[in-house]
Design a protein around this ligand. Structure first.
Ligand SMILES: [Zn+2]
Length: 292
């Protein structure tokens, strides 16, 4: 390996940042478990975390923040976020002062009370602008692996959708035109295509207005998914283009143009059958099993 001299931060450095933040901004709050802090693995989406471990409160910071291209105050902003979790009773052994760690702006409120609101805003801005490039520079191996997984999952979806007996791309294109016509559209306002959905996506469809495309979860190609469920997805986004983003307004529009359409049936299917169906039938889940 090249012995190029790269300055990287150490866990000791992290500890000094925590001590500084604590004494400047958190000194009035009660002490819970002793805080340990360390750099963890490199990750694209997780900047920091806090958890109770072996009688201590362990704060882990994204390993890519070792590099000095990430400004000190950006690391501080992540540490401050974790310290808020700490004082609010998450991973610290202290009593919880809020019910959920991230809901209802509890973090922002606490930071503002401690004069740290600005730090978090600037930190988020820096990360939004620079993090992807930083990640690409110092974690090209992870990026390449992600890319490969994405490509292979595309292959799996294409093969899966190609099997005989499924709803085809043609089928959903015709369906959307027919429904649009029935609802008084002269031109169908979007294309409908199959979405090569990842394992985490729970919703059955998404709409990308800029691309002019509604994407139906690939599993909806399976004929065991009732027609009325697929119909509702298309109708919903048709409604969206005229009634706006409020589901209430969209369903009111649907009642108006399709009074005979019973929305309760697809709703029931979505709540009761879809989660199980997704769990059992997702082609990428099967891929994982095969690979083991
Ligand atoms: Zn958090």
């Amino acid at each position: 390996m090249d012995r190029e001299h790269v300055m990287v931060r150490t866990d000791t450095w992290l500890r000094s940042r925590v001590e500084r933040l604590w004494s400047l901004y958190f000194a009035d709050s009660p002490q819970g478990l002793p805080i340990r802090v360390r750099f963890g693995s490199r990750a694209l989406y997780r900047y920091g975390s806090i958890a109770q471990r072996k009688g201590a409160s362990l704060i882990t910071i994204n390993g890519l923040m070792r590099y000095e291209e990430v400004p000190e105050w950006v690391v501080d902003s992540v540490l401050a976020h974790e310290l808020v979790h700490y004082v609010q009773g998450f991973g610290s052994g202290l009593p919880k002062t809020v019910r959920y760690p991230h809901r209802g702006g509890v973090i922002q409120r606490e930071l503002a009370q401690r004069d740290l609101a600005d730090l978090e805003v600037r930190g988020d801005e820096w990360l939004a602008t620079n993090w992807k490039a930083h990640f690409a520079r110092y974690a090209p191996d992870i990026l390449a692996a992600k890319q490969m997984r994405a490509e292979s999952s595309g292959d799996v979806w294409r093969d899966w959708l190609d099997r005989p007996g499924l709803r085809t791309a043609n089928h959903i294109a015709t369906l959307s035109e027919r429904l649009a016509n029935n609802c008084g559209f002269t031109v169908t306002p979007f294309q409908v295509e199959w979405l090569h959905a990842g394992l985490r996506l729970r919703s059955m469809s998404t709409y990308a207005p800029k691309a002019g495309a509604v994407r139906l979860h690939g599993l909806l190609a399976d004929r065991r998914v009732p027609d009325y469920v697929v119909d509702l997805q298309v109708l919903y986004w048709l409604g969206y283009t005229v009634a706006g983003s409020s589901p209430h307004a969209i369903f009111a529009w649907m009642k108006l143009v399709r009074p005979q359409f019973d929305g309760a049936k697809p709703d029931r299917w979505a709540r009761t059958t879809w989660p199980k169906f997704l769990e059992r039938e997702h082609p990428l889940r099967r891929l994982r099993v095969v690979q083991k």
